[in-house]
Design a protein around this ligand. Structure first.
Ligand SMILES: Cc1cc2nc3c(=O)[nH]c(=O)nc-3n(C[C@H](O)[C@H](O)[C@H](O)COP(=O)(O)O)c2cc1C
Length: 170
């Protein structure tokens, strides 16, 4: 008699590690996660890169300040497009900006069809938690499947352990 194949074994699961990062902190964590669990690393790239002046949160008129003050701001993306249908699980990494995700992450979530996928947020920050950004995801995209997110300000090692554990649980 033929044995049934467990569809949820690690080898069968297609994992995408999509991240947005302007100064490399989230990128390091994303890279470590992708390597640890055999995921495809994908950078969410804005059509126009953010300059350091754009990232000045002390300047109310800076690009990031204006975008974050504008709820429906959806900066255009550049870079390669990606076939989300090829993946089952999406790790989604970003820096916390004004207690939320940067708006290009919203552009990404609205550009592709994530229905039927499991999305697992992770973030880095200067101290703020990930809680409010995940709350906003659930509010804006209630039909998507969100896993509890996690903040990694203490480096990539913890993220590696965490991601491996998540994959085992899937
Ligand atoms: C525009 C802007 C807003 C930010 N807002 C917050 C914030 O609300 N809370 C916080 O703890 N850190 C905040 N930060 C700090 C970043 O979350 C932190 O430096 C992050 O690790 C940067 O990630 P990256 O190097 O991947 O871009 C902000 C940074 C920028 C540029």
């Amino acid at each position: 008699q033929k044995q049934t194949v467990d569809k949820n074994t690690q080898s069968d699961m297609k994992i995408l590690v999509a991240y947005f990062s302007c100064t490399g902190t989230t990128e390091k964590v994303a890279d470590a996660i992708a390597k640890a669990i055999g995921g495809k690393l994908y950078q969410i790239t804005p059509a126009t890169a953010y300059t350091s002046a754009d990232l000045d949160w002390n300047d109310k008129a800076s690009r990031s300040s204006v975008e974050m003050a504008t709820e429906n701001s959806r900066p255009e993306l550049g870079g390669e497009t990606i076939d989300i249908k090829d993946y089952d699980v999406i790790f989604l990494g970003y820096p916390i900006w004004w207690d939320l995700c940067p708006r290009p992450v919203n552009t990404f979530l609205e550009k592709y069809d994530f229905s039927g996928k499991t999305i697992i947020p992770f973030a880095t920050s200067g101290g703020s938690s990930i809680t409010n950004s995940v709350k906003q995801f659930k509010k804006l995209y209630p039909n998507l499947t969100w896993k509890e997110g996690k903040l990694f300000n203490s480096g990539a090692e913890k993220a590696v352990e965490w991601s491996k554990q998540i994959i085992e649980e899937q």
